[in-house]
Write a protein that binds this ligand. Sequence first.
Ligand SMILES: [Zn+2]
Length: 207
Amino acid sequence: MPDQIHVPEDRVLEDTVVAPGKPWSRLLRAGEYLRLIDLEGQQAIDFLCYNADDPLDRYNAANTIKLNGNIFLGKGSSLWSVRTRKMMTITEDTCGLHDTLAGCCSRESNAARYNVQDTPNCQDILTRELETHGLGERDVVANINFFMFVPVSVNGDIAISDSRSKAGDHIDLRAEMNLLVVISNCPQRHNPACGFNPTPVRLIAYR
Ligand SMILES: [Zn+2]
């Protein structure tokens, strides 16, 4: 529904489409927003954020799970840092059940899981983008996968399952501190993270 994803022009800081296999990053000031739009549906967005004023204090999956009391992210969830500072709050979400557990795809994990070599992957994409900000491989921590569905059974079985997101689904995040946000639009073709067909996403930074 185009109406639902419209942001008034005078509030838009950046509006861009990111192809699958491409990165995006931006500094967001406290109080600014980022909207992630899954244009065609079933497209995982690998997401990390760092305190712009102190990048050692970065998104932490364990604190986020504990403080939200849930392994999934959705409207009302917050993203918490290593030092348990609130980094972002999800203010709108049309999809729900976003993944905190499975981390990013890598060349090595694709080889181990699918017996394929030298695949494009989010680990490399995130690393290269972080390098443009003076960070790098050691800063790729367990990330969020927006629009990716990883259900967990009562005995602990997990699997990357068919994505629940539909074309036009979107999520709004409010920055609660000055942040560096780094994204890889996932190129995965060997599991359902991207519906076996990676597609573009639209990102709108706004105030
Ligand atoms: Zn990926």
